[in-house]
Ligand binder design. Structure first.
Ligand code: AKB
Length: 318
């Protein structure tokens, strides 16, 4: 990776990936792109307003900045996708098709995240294997499985260097996630700091895989830098760092804020999505093929999240 374009740079992952990549590869070598103007992202390096569905502008940007690696982070997430499945398909698949075609034309490597949402109710629930039945029941999951297959196809048919991981819920404290089923695992920390209570949209005993942002960012870099000769899989690798329920994360928060309370107001869409997803993934292939090894447990994540969000609260930032 020498000249990198992050499409969807204003989102939860993009807004932090851009800082890491600029540190590693040089500010001027990492171009941020988003459908909205993001003033902060243009301060240290190049930033362009780009609609990933506009193939011509996408190609123009890649050519202009002599890009060799694209991170396509454009996505409508699982819960919001169910409100308008046609829109979710058009955005998720439109951005992916344009990314694949541009990567093919300009000989770029391409990273597009997949998700635990690529699995469905018929997938094995615990330590879900890398290669197993998928059959998701959300439009988001349908897009993710299709995206994995299309990305593998572009690799086989045209030699495009496509790679991806199946991200679990990402816990972070810079940009809020929007419209996902796992968003509660971020919101709970903000509400714990501000109100010492949280109303959770999924049941107390529902397990889902999660990961702290620093591990998610390392996964992006490590996979894209991995020796292709070692990759038996490409799109997408199971990765995980922790698996917990709302009850478990609440208990962890109570170690720091003993008066913290959690109540439940179940959101039927999020609940049924969460129940259709695995409890935990088996990430052996990622460990073997490119050295994946997460660092952050729920205990360290909680300590760090409460510290950082506590500082933001003191500064009146939310
Ligand atoms: C979502 O909840 O939709 C995402 C995901 C797990 O892909 N965070």
């Amino acid at each position: 990776m020498k000249r990198i374009l992050i499409v969807g740079a204003g989102g939860q992952i993009g807004s932090e990936l851009i800082s890491l990549l600029r540190k590693l590869y040089g500010n001027s070598n990492v171009v941020g792109a988003d459908v909205r103007e993001c003033k902060d992202l243009g301060q240290d390096g190049p930033f362009v307003v780009l609609n990933a569905l506009d193939a011509q502008s996408y190609g123009y940007t890649v050519n202009k900045y002599r890009i060799d690696t694209i991170f396509n982070l454009v996505a409508l997430l699982s819960a919001v996708g169910e409100k308008d499945p046609q829109l979710a398909w058009n955005i998720n698949m439109g951005a992916l098709m344009n990314s694949l075609d541009v990567a093919r034309q300009y000989e770029c490597k391409l990273f597009t995240p997949s998700s635990i949402g690529a699995f469905g109710p018929q997938s094995p629930k615990d330590r879900t294997p890398q290669d197993t039945i998928m059959r998701p029941t959300t439009i988001y999951g349908v897009c993710k499985v299709t995206g994995e297959l299309l990305s593998d196809y572009y690799h086989l048919r045209y030699g495009v260097d496509t790679r991806s991981v199946r991200f679990p819920g990402i816990i972070s404290n810079v940009t809020m996630p929007g419209g996902g089923t796992t968003d509660y695992a971020v919101e709970i920390y903000y509400d714990a700091v501000k109100d010492k209570k949280f109303v959770c949209p999924v049941s107390p005993n529902v397990y889902m895989d999660m990961m702290y942002m620093p591990d998610a960012l390392n996964a992006c870099v490590q996979l894209m830098e991995a020796d292709p000769a070692r990759l038996k899989h490409r799109n997408g690798f199971n990765i995980t760092a922790m698996s917990f329920t709302p009850e478990i994360i609440a208990a962890e928060i109570r170690k720091h804020i003993p008066e913290f309370e959690i109540a439940y107001e179940i959101d039927p869409t999020k609940e049924s999505i969460a129940r259709s997803w695995p409890n935990s993934l088996d990430d052996t292939c990622a460990r073997e093929e490119w050295g994946w090894s997460p660092k952050w447990t729920l205990t360290d994540t909680t300590e760090d999240m409460l510290y950082v969000i506590g500082k933001k609260y003191e500064q009146g930032l939310f």
